[in-house]
Design a protein around this ligand. Structure first.
Ligand code: 6PG
Length: 243
């Protein structure tokens, strides 16, 4: 199933649409199964959507479990922490039980231990067997100007992982390690939504959606959900090279 692409007039319109998709997903999953599992995106683009969701305390937050699609290897209090951004923009403002906020435990220090512990948490919450990936109700993602998504960066080892749900990924260009869901784990989700804004992303968007197939160079091309739905929310700037 090809990705659905929706082009919004502005970053604000994109945030409004993203917040609606997220709130609809929460309401529908909570109503259908009494639980909604969401992997949040990091970076800066999602912040506006999270802030809009923070104004909806009436959503069934008590049924929501929050995870992250990826995390930087920094403490929670660090300004670069994806969990810190989400806490400031959203999680501190809605009545979601702390026990249902499943941060990547970067305080453990060793990237491989962090990844293994985070994967164990996911398996416990989803009650998964060893050979299964979690079926998140929603995985939110961004896109880098190098076509990375989550922390699946071009030319890095994580791109080839087909078994594990979470890995520690060394990113030489950033001289750091990242913790990330793997492509098969992301693709097992019921719904994948990418939020991409700004002219700097236009070439990456074109390469991923219209360019030659080369996932090593354009990792977001690894997003190939089988039964699930893949939605790209773009502002006009990010969509500028789609024609
Ligand atoms: C991260 C993200 C990463 C992000 C893109 C886009 O931890 O940085 O998960 O994949 O979504 O780099 O980031 P911006 O939204 O800041 O452009």
């Amino acid at each position: 199933m090809p990705p659905q692409v929706v082009i919004l007039e502005s970053p604000t319109a994109l945030a409004i649409m993203a917040a609606k998709v997220i709130s609809d997903t929460i309401a529908q999953a909570a109503d259908a199964r009494g639980r909604c599992t969401i992997a949040l995106a990091g970076g800066s683009t999602p912040r506006a959507a999270y802030e809009l969701l923070a104004r909806q305390p009436e959503l069934p937050w008590g049924n929501v479990h929050i995870f992250w699609g990826d995390e930087r290897m920094v403490p929670f209090a660090h300004p670069d922490s994806n969990a810190h951004m989400a806490a400031e923009a959203l999680l501190r403002h809605v009545p979601i039980p702390e026990a249902q906020i499943h941060r990547v435990p970067t305080e453990l220090g060793d990237p491989s231990s962090v990844a293994a512990t985070y994967e164990a948490t996911i398996r416990e919450v989803f009650e998964l067997g060893e050979d299964r990936h979690p079926t998140f109700d929603l995985v939110l993602l961004g896109l880098g100007d190098d076509a990375h998504t989550a922390s699946l960066f071009p030319g890095t080892a994580a791109l080839d992982e087909q078994i594990r749900t979470v890995v520690a990924n060394e990113v030489p260009k950033l001289n750091t390690w990242r913790i990330t869901l793997t492509a098969p784990a992301i693709n097992a989700a019921s719904k994948i939504v990418l939020m991409v804004a700004g002219r700097t992303k236009a070439e990456a968007v074109r390469s991923v959606l219209r360019g030659e197939r080369d996932p090593a160079r354009y990792p977001a091309q690894l997003l190939a959900p089988s039964e699930s739905r893949e939605l790209w929310l773009l502002d006009r700037e990010a969509a500028a090279r789609l024609g």
